[in-house]
Design a binder for this molecule. Structure first.
Ligand SMILES: O=C([C@H](O)CO)[C@H](O)[C@H](O)COP(=O)(O)O
Length: 206
């Protein structure tokens, strides 16, 4: 199980300060969607140069122009980029092809997907990695809960989970054995990010 640090709604300086503080406890550095919109691929290139041994994910949340946006992320040094499950099959297929050509990965964001038919379609497209995700705005009605796993129970996907995950909810989530646990605000907005990241890493490594 890997711990992914999501860098969202932060300045460039805050992003690098936080990664420096918690790097020993995280496996994947996520450049969040809003940070990408603010700084572009330049921050991805900088993060790649500073952390050559870490996995880097660009949370592009691509909805269209899949090949172009996948190549943007991969050429900037991302190991993984994200495309929305609600995008067209052609967009998703184009991102997957770009990943095959670059030897990198595509994570399909299941934000707002509740249809098992769409899950089957994604498997038929050749998707291998998905994220069960409760978006920031939706979290006002409640964060990630383990009932979301039922959507992918019979699938062959590698699973990432995201959405307001914190120290209180982590133990129950870990019991479902996802492959990647994505945490943003619970670490980045904590009074002591290193303490939280260390405890989270301990909990997922038990
Ligand atoms: O993808 C995300 C969200 O849509 C805002 O961009 C976050 O990276 C993801 O939800 C993890 O962050 P937290 O929910 O703060 O843990």
């Amino acid at each position: 199980m890997k711990l992914q640090l999501a860098l969202d709604r932060l300045t460039e300086h805050e992003c690098f300060r936080l990664v420096e503080e918690v790097e020993e406890y995280i496996d994947i550095i996520e450049i969040g969607t809003g940070v990408i919109k603010e700084y572009g691929m330049a921050i991805v290139k900088e993060m790649r140069a500073c952390y050559p041994d870490k996995l880097i994910l660009s949370d592009m949340k691509t909805c269209d122009a899949g090949r172009h946006e996948a190549y943007q992320a991969f050429k900037a040094g991302s190991d993984i980029m994200t495309v929305m499950a609600l995008a067209s099959d052609l967009t998703i297929k184009d991102t997957l092809q770009a990943g095959e050509e670059m030897g990198t990965q595509v994570m399909v964001d299941l934000l707002e997907v509740r249809s098992k038919d769409r899950i089957t379609e994604l498997e038929q497209l050749g998707v291998s990695l998905v994220s069960l995700h409760v978006g920031k705005d939706k979290q006002s009605e409640g964060g990630f809960t383990t009932d979301l796993f039922s959507l992918v129970k019979e699938s062959s996907f590698k699973i990432a989970v995201a959405g307001g995950i914190n120290l209180e909810s982590l133990s129950e989530i870990v019991q479902e054995e996802p492959d990647i646990i994505i945490v943003g605000s619970a670490i980045t907005a904590a009074a002591h990010p290193k303490i939280v990241a260390k405890e989270m890493k301990r909990l997922i490594s038990r």
